[in-house]
Design a protein around this ligand. Structure first.
Ligand SMILES: C[S@@+](CC[C@H](N)C(=O)[O-])C[C@H]1O[C@@H](n2cnc3c(N)ncnc32)[C@H](O)[C@@H]1O
Length: 298
């Protein structure tokens, strides 16, 4: 399809231009001007007009088709928008969908940026205050869950993300029966040194200090890179809990079921009261929606 055809001027100007040229051409070839022409000249005139009108209508149609190709949203917007919104709110999302639908790069790892590596590498986790206080407990966590962390689980189809409603937006559901105390997933993402936490940041369980001896406010941020854990919602009476596993000199936050989970059930954890307090924004109360009848705070 030629661009020059599509860039024809508006029909009225073009018609005027062609008629003028036709009149000139007839005069030059010795015919009478169109206004005084014979019946064959009139037939020629009518045929020409029909031909020109055909070209004009065709070019306008092509032009519209080209616009619709360049800007597909102009084609049938009203008919296609509603099903798209419906899909967003009804479909199940798996890790391969996260980048397209949520702008989330998928990873099962705890990613340490170069800026934080020196602090992590020079910090002996076995001397960490938290570890020393409950060494036996953490050694047990490491024995049970550490080897699972080393297995790179790429195709875990037990869980999916789905819309829960306007209050909480998306959440994580199970498609399988999960017994209590089962490994769900690691809270993966980017280790950040943050003063401001996002909706998707989980506290990094450590007492690492900076050059001035201050404890660093580290967190695992999964706003842009992470996994299914960042979609798990809060509940005052959750069915999962977070366990910090000391593994390869890092604290690895993992989600573990603490009740039996049945197919179709939503996974929840308690974010703790600090989360809601620090997240409190001017426009809202910062209070979670209680999703069950048990309103006791942890
Ligand atoms: C880690 S994200 C959980 C996934 C989130 N629902 C989403 O659609 O991306 C945490 C955010 O989810 C929302 N949220 C989680 N639990 C909630 C609850 N019980 N009531 C209201 N909002 C909740 C809050 O906006 C919170 O900051």
């Amino acid at each position: 399809m030629s661009d020059s055809l599509l860039s024809l001027p508006y029909p009225s100007f073009l018609l005027l231009h062609i008629l003028t040229r036709m009149g000139q051409a007839h005069t030059q070839k010795g015919y009478k001007p169109i206004s005084q022409g014979s019946s064959s000249a009139k037939r020629y005139f009518v045929l020409s007009i029909t031909f020109i009108a055909g070209i004009l209508l065709g070019s306008q149609a092509l032009k519209l088709e080209k616009i619709q190709t360049l800007f597909p949203s102009t084609a049938g917007t009203v008919e296609t928008a509603a099903p798209a919104v419906e899909a967003w709110k009804t479909r199940r999302f798996y890790p391969e969908d996260f980048e397209t639908w949520f702008g989330l790069r998928h990873t099962h790892n705890l990613i340490i940026p170069d800026s934080l590596k020196p602090y992590i590498e020079s910090h002996d986790l076995t001397k960490d205050e938290y570890y020393v206080a409950e060494k036996e407990l953490y050694d047990n966590y490491a024995r049970v869950f550490g080897p699972i962390l080393d297995k790179f689980i790429t195709n875990d189809r037990r869980f999916y993300v789905q819309w829960t409603g306007e209050a909480k937006k998306f959440g994580v559901f199970t498609d399988a029966y999960i017994p209590p105390y089962a490994f769900i997933t690691e809270y993966s993402g980017m280790l950040v040194n943050s003063s401001r936490s996002t909706d998707y940041e989980w506290h990094y369980y450590s007492r690492i200090r900076d050059e001035n001896g201050n404890i660093m406010a580290l967190g695992v941020d999964s706003q842009f890179i992470g996994n299914i854990a960042r979609f798990v919602n809060h509940d005052d009476d959750p069915n999962c809990d977070v366990v910090y596993v000391p593994w390869n000199n890092l604290w690895r936050p993992i989600y573990v079921s603490i009740k039996p989970l049945y197919p179709g059930e939503e996974l929840t954890v308690s974010y703790g009261q600090n989360y809601w307090a620090s997240r409190k924004k001017a426009e809202g109360t910062g209070q979670p929606v209680n999703t069950n009848t048990n309103t006791s705070k942890k």
